[in-house]
Design a binder for this molecule. Structure first.
Ligand code: BDR
Ligand code: CA
Length: 307
């Protein structure tokens, strides 16, 4: 199986993505690297440990990483995911503990251990990965593939009018990664909105999913209500990113373009700018996802919740 390392800030949609990864027969999840993002690091780490426990997974190490953005403080997304990031259901403490190694160092360590094979998927702010790149700029040479959830490639933000949450939380980190990584796959907020699924379908999958389905139903209640107040459909940014990571053959349409991060300015800080018309001299760094096979996506989502 392909070794898969996930950097994440769980987070309700992160949890779904992690379940999809754990479910893949072609992949072996080799670790969860945790950052602050949706909520603070203590919560995101605890959520990761709890999710693994409920899923009955013992061998996956959890590495806590950065507890804040590289430079500037940022607002979290507790208003979507709940104050604890998992819908404030008051779950009992998980038995497991995080490893002593910092997540940035775990990324480097795994890149050596699985050199040339590692699939790296980021579902949160890019703080840990940026730090790893500063420690060792040769990192991309050892990673077979990087898939990033982040950005609003046509300017339709979700945390500000122009910026998507993962990039806006730590724009400097995203800048470091986008400048240093020669080629990565990008699942942005517009792609997320273009791949919706029905609340009713998800409710059925969760009902068929036993203890795990019931847990996901509970932790997602707050964020589902948030989405239902704004949209007819549900969607999962991190779930779609994971689907693209797990099944590249089901990616039907993409655009190879240069993407950069805006660091300045009150209106555009954290926005992503894509050179759509290919005016610039700089080579494309991103394969921007446009269309993923909807049937394959639904299949992966439902299988993960029924696991
Ligand atoms: C991203 O922001 C977070 O709230 C989600 O977990 C996802 O990674 C979507 O903009
Ligand atoms: Ca996330």
């Amino acid at each position: 199986p392909i070794p898969l390392l996930i950097d994440t800030d769980p987070g309700v949609d992160d949890a779904l993505a992690i379940l999809m990864a754990l479910n893949s027969p072609l992949h072996r999840v080799t670790g969860l690297c945790i950052a602050a993002g949706n909520v603070g690091l203590a919560h995101t780490t605890r959520n990761a440990l709890k999710l693994l426990e409920v899923a009955g997974v013992r061998q996956v190490p959890v590495y806590a990483g950065c507890d804040r953005p590289l430079l500037h403080p940022a607002l979290d997304a507790a208003f979507v995911h709940g104050h604890d990031g998992f819908g404030d259901i008051g779950y009992a403490d998980p038995a497991g503990r995080a490893e002593p190694l910092h997540a940035a160092l775990a990324i480097l360590e795994q890149s050596h251990r699985h050199a040339g094979e590692l699939l790296l998927v980021t579902l949160g702010p890019l703080t840990n990965l940026a730090l790893a790149l500063r420690l060792d700029p040769s990192l991309p040479q050892r990673v077979a593939r990087l898939v990033v959830m982040g950005g609003a490639v046509t300017g339709r933000g979700n945390i500000t009018p122009s910026a998507e949450f993962n990039i806006a939380f730590d724009p400097e980190a995203a800048h470091v990664v986008f400048e240093a990584w020669p080629r990565f796959d990008l699942v942005d907020w517009e792609a997320t909105l273009a791949h919706p699924f029905a609340f009713e379908d998800a409710t059925r999958w969760m009902r068929d999913g036993g203890e795990l389905g019931a847990f996901y139903e509970a932790i997602s209640r707050t964020s589902r209500a948030f989405t239902a107040a704004r949209s007819e459909h549900w969607h999962s940014a991190d779930g779609l990113a994971m689907a693209v990571a797990l099944a590249p053959d089901a990616l039907l349409e993409w655009a190879d373009r240069r993407i950069e991060v805006e660091l300045q300015g009150p209106l555009y800080r954290g926005a992503t700018r894509v050179d759509w018309a290919q005016h610039g001299e700089r080579a494309a760094n991103a394969r921007i996802v446009q269309r993923f096979d909807p049937q394959r996506y639904l299949g992966m989502l439902s299988a993960a919740l029924r696991r």
